[in-house]
Write a protein that binds this ligand. Structure first.
Ligand code: ATP
Length: 440
């Protein structure tokens, strides 16, 4: 049986991974062997307007039993935990689904894939669940069913791990996690552990500022290295921890598109030629346009910090590939840049008055299309001087800084480190993994 859940949190607190962890722990208390693989934390469409934070949903597989009594107990425990701990509120619509692994159809797998690129409806999720006679339960309008179902059916290729360490959900306010230890993790373990500390912007990335129970999360390529690194982090007393298989840092949300086919709410990789030079607006956001039969606005918003300095150096005629999420703004379709790849740089010229060859003085214009004349020796010259300006930018791929990176965005440091989920999935012994710190 696969269990999926989503939408249990609100901006005021709680977190779907935490509730998932409480459920996994409760099931492991019945029998450790019921869950032998780490749960999955899957990030869905990052442009989803309904998301609280990172549009994450959680799923896990219960194996090793076909005992109906045990399965019914698991379902009841799971829903009780959701009901007890979910944050209530207008924008919180918790849901849980229970699927038979063999019942996941190609149509559902496609739905899960689309959940990263499009906006889907609650009705479609319910119809798919009903088609396979799946059990599900929800509070509120049922929106959580979209993510809960998608998280059960999403097929992974490349993947990463996240080890999340929690405080008790009743504890609120400032979290004590040592910045210094996050910095040490970055220095010692990057790139095997990524997105820990933004050294340039001096920003700790592992600990969310929101009032959720996450103390910190370490993201990387292997469970063992994350567990080792976590033991070096100084923080307030941790309460629980869990290891997740995730699609974070994989670029799974991006799809190659032609500009003409780009739709709002999708995340795309598009090639185009810069057709309007970069300009900065109040607030520090930088915009430019690319074209390829149709135009698309590209945005490097203020939080992308030094990335904007690269963007500002682009010029009309440059060929680039833009990566990012698309929204329909008042100015038109706009891509929120996560990365850019500069393919070719155009020649940038400056037109200046010519220099007199006889006396080395700048010549003066003698009227439109009439050319130039030297004030001193009266030599005439029809042509202006065309000066080729040096380009202070190189062909290559540039990314936003760590402190502005989306969960799904693949850091450049991960290029070439991709691994296959199906090959690695049973390598880590999750059966013996302790969730509660009392047992560690
Ligand atoms: P957190 O990351 O802290 O768990 P969140 O950012 O995941 O929070 P949720 O509170 O889970 O935000 O809200 C997202 C809601 O959007 C969920 O109800 C989920 O089912 C739904 N959803 C996710 N992806 C899509 C999609 N592609 N189309 C429509 N709805 C979606």
């Amino acid at each position: 049986m696969i269990i999926g859940l989503d939408d249990t949190d609100s901006v005021n607190g709680m977190c779907t991974t935490y509730i998932g962890t409480l459920i996994v722990e409760a099931i492991k208390e019945i029998d450790r062997n019921l869950i032998i693989e780490p749960p999955k934390l899957l990030r869905l469409n990052p442009n989803n307007p309904y998301k609280t934070r990172g549009n994450g949903a959680v799923s896990f597989i219960v194996s090793g039993t076909s005992n109906t009594e045990v399965l019914e107990r698991i379902k009841s425990i799971s829903f009780d935990i959701i009901s007890k701990y979910s944050e209530s509120g207008d924008n919180t619509n918790p849901a849980i689904v229970f699927l038979n692994e063999n019942s996941i159809t190609e149509e559902i797998k496609l739905f899960a894939k689309r959940a990263l690129h499009e906006m889907l409806s609650i009705e479609e999720a319910i119809s798919l669940l009903n088609k396979i006679n799946a059990e599900y339960n929800f509070i509120g309008n049922g929106r959580g069913l979209i993510g809960a179902l998608a998280s059960c059916a999403l097929e992974l290729e490349d993947f990463t791990y996240e080890l999340i360490v929690y405080r008790n959900h009743n504890k609120r306010g400032k979290k004590c996690v040592s910045e210094e230890s996050a910095m040490q993790i970055e220095k010692r373990y990057s790139p095997r552990i990524f997105s820990s500390y933004d050294l340039k912007n001096k920003r700790m990335v592992i600990s969310p500022h929101s009032d959720c129970p996450i103390l910190y999360g370490l993201r990387g390529e292997s469970p063992e290295i994350l567990i080792e690194a976590a033991s070096l982090i100084e923080s307030e007393t941790p309460y629980k921890r869990n290891l997740f298989v995730t699609n974070q840092g994989t670029d799974m949300h991006l799809e190659e598109k032609e500009i003409a086919d780009v739709k709002p709410y999708s995340s795309v990789i598009v090639k185009g030629i810069v057709s309007k030079n970069p300009y900065t607006v109040p607030g520090g956001h930088v915009f430019f346009e690319i074209s390829n039969s149709k135009k698309l606005i590209c945005a490097a918003y203020e939080p992308t910090k030094e990335f904007r300095n690269i963007v500002r150096k682009l010029s009309k005629g440059d060929t680039i590939i833009a990566y990012g999420g698309v929204l329909d703004t008042e100015h038109g379709l706009t891509i929120n840049l996560e990365k850019i790849e500069i393919i070719t740089l155009a020649e940038v010229q400056k037109i200046e008055k010519p220099i007199c060859k006889m006396c080395n003085n700048p010549m003066k214009s003698i009227g439109k299309d009439k050319g130039y004349r030297c004030k001193k020796c009266h030599t005439k010259n029809m042509e202006a001087s065309i000066i080729k300006l040096p380009r202070d930018i190189k062909i290559g791929t540039y990314e936003v800084p760590m402190c502005a990176k989306r969960h799904l965005s693949k850091p450049l440091l991960r290029y070439g480190r991709e691994k296959k989920f199906e090959e690695e999935r049973f390598k880590f012994n999750y059966t013996n993994f302790d969730i509660s710190f009392e047992g560690i």
